[in-house]
Design a protein. Structure first.
Length: 146
């Protein structure tokens, strides 16, 4: 499976990311659309994985919470590309972006089935599960150390 992971630098690339998020969150997971899109989309840095046909097969975003901390979220991978390393490459790019922005730590609210994915990448759970958009999530944190 050929794809390239890059920062979403155009409106068209962000629209591709929103389309994938709609497919994953709204269609697959039945999350109401207004809950997927929020005010942070405009201020966030987005990453996209684009396949050879120009389709977005992975995405995620980074929102600066404060001078030291970033929030990774809205990660989605197309069903056809899951378990092929797309999510890992997206999160690696988000970590690189956070470091370039001078952040020392990333947080993310992780759906329960994805906890092992994030644990494998150095995240640690903090506290109990909470409901976000009607889906159980756990807050996870990762220090960004070289």
């Amino acid at each position: 499976m050929d794809y390239i992971v890059r920062f979403a630098s155009t409106t068209e690339e962000r629209e591709l990311a929103y389309g994938l998020r709609r497919d994953v969150f709204e269609t697959e997971q039945n999350v109401p659309r207004p809950l997927d899109r929020d005010a942070n989309d405009h201020a966030a840095n987005h990453v996209v994985a684009i396949d050879a046909e120009g389709r977005c097969v992975g995405t995620g975003r980074l929102v600066r919470l404060d001078a030291r901390t970033g929030l990774i979220g809205r990660m989605a991978v197309a069903a056809s590309h899951r378990r092929h390393g797309v999510g890992a490459k997206v999160i690696d790019m988000l970590h690189d972006l956070a470091k370039m922005r001078g952040l020392g730590e990333c947080h993310c609210y992780v759906q329960i089935p994805a906890v092992p994915f994030f644990t494998h990448r150095g995240y640690q759970a903090v506290g109990e599960a909470v409901q976000l958009e009607g889906v159980p999530h756990v807050l996870m944190r990762k220090p960004l150390i070289d």
